[in-house]
Design a protein around this ligand. Structure first.
Ligand code: GUN
Length: 296
């Protein structure tokens, strides 16, 4: 039976470290890290995420702003808000929740965010820095959270074969870049599979570390996992469940009950990768604030 990677506990540990650093920054430099979260429209899942981000920001002693804009907000209006936040010295991190409604051109929005405040690491400048292994920018929160989970569980990817199922800009692609870096805690050999990959199962079976990020409920079955593999489930899918209070329950991209019998380590859903995303977002906000205090 696999060891459980307890993301909730590890995220709480990181949040406590962040809160300590925030307090120290206040005492020593009289500055408070600030994060602005922006949501356009009323996507229910996005509302939950944005509320959680704002709540956690306050809990760690940071300054929080939440901007909830109507679903019919225009591009110009959104860009004007970003401009304002770029210039606001109270704000060190800006996050526009994805996906926005269809009238918004997300690429232009991402380009408008000051790269020094791009705590999501969506701006091409920061994506490029991450790819070349520059430590000065930001790492995208979810893949960064996966790296830290492994590190804190004593799992070293070095020399191991990591297989990523999924090639999204938010998870799959940056996960590839972080795992393959020539750096402590990385140095993996990486395969990326996606919807056009024939025989995904064959690739997954060769993984020492398997990262599931395809957005398909319980896609990775026990027959796709090598005995002893580390399995990281990035999926969060709502599936109907009449017995559940809300009428749905959350499952990952991994069929947990089958896979935990084969894996050496596994993340649960919820309580695995999920809590790490916000923990790393707030670490990035702290980093942005520190960089703004001492530009060198
Ligand atoms: N939507 C899903 N995940 C994320 C994330 O990490 N950041 C933003 N901005 N939107 C998301």
């Amino acid at each position: 039976m696999a060891n459980l990677i307890d993301g909730k506990r590890i995220a709480a540990e990181i949040n406590a470290e962040t809160a300590g650093a925030v307090a120290e920054l206040g005492c020593r430099h009289g500055v408070q890290p600030g994060l602005a979260v922006v949501l356009v429209g009323q996507n229910p899942a996005s509302q939950v995420y944005v509320n959680m981000k704002a709540k956690r920001t306050l809990e760690l002693g940071m300054y929080s702003e939440k901007h909830e804009l109507p679903a019919d907000t225009g591009q110009t209006e959104l860009l004007a808000l970003i401009d304002k936040l770029n210039c606001d010295p109270k704000i060190h991190g800006i996050l526009v929740q994805s996906p926005p409604p269809p009238q918004i051109d997300e690429r232009q929005v991402v380009l408008a965010i000051d790269p020094g405040k791009d705590v999501d690491c969506f701006h091409p400048f920061n994506v490029g820095k991450m790819l070349i292994g520059d430590q000065d920018g930001f790492f995208p929160c979810t893949p960064y959270g996966v790296m830290v989970l492994m590190q804190r569980c004593g799992i070293d990817p070095s020399g191991r074969h990591a297989v990523i199922a999924g090639r999204s800009n938010i998870v799959g692609k940056p996960m590839m870049a972080l795992l393959m870096q020539k750096a402590a805690g990385a140095n993996a050999t990486v395969t990326v599979c996606h919807s056009r990959t024939p025989d995904i199962r064959e690739h997954c079976l060769r993984a020492d570390i398997l990262v599931a990020a395809i957005g398909k409920p319980e896609f990775i079955g026990g027959d796709m996992v090598k005995p002893g593999a580390v399995v990281i489930d990035v999926g969060i899918n709502r599936i109907e469940d009449a017995a559940a209070k809300r009428g749905y329950r959350l499952v990952g991209d991994v069929a947990f009950e089958q896979v935990e019998k084969k894996a050496s380590w596994i993340t649960p859903v919820p309580g695995g990768v999920g809590p790490m995303t916000i923990a790393m977002l707030l670490q990035n906000t702290l980093k942005a604030c520190r960089a703004s205090c001492s530009p060198d």
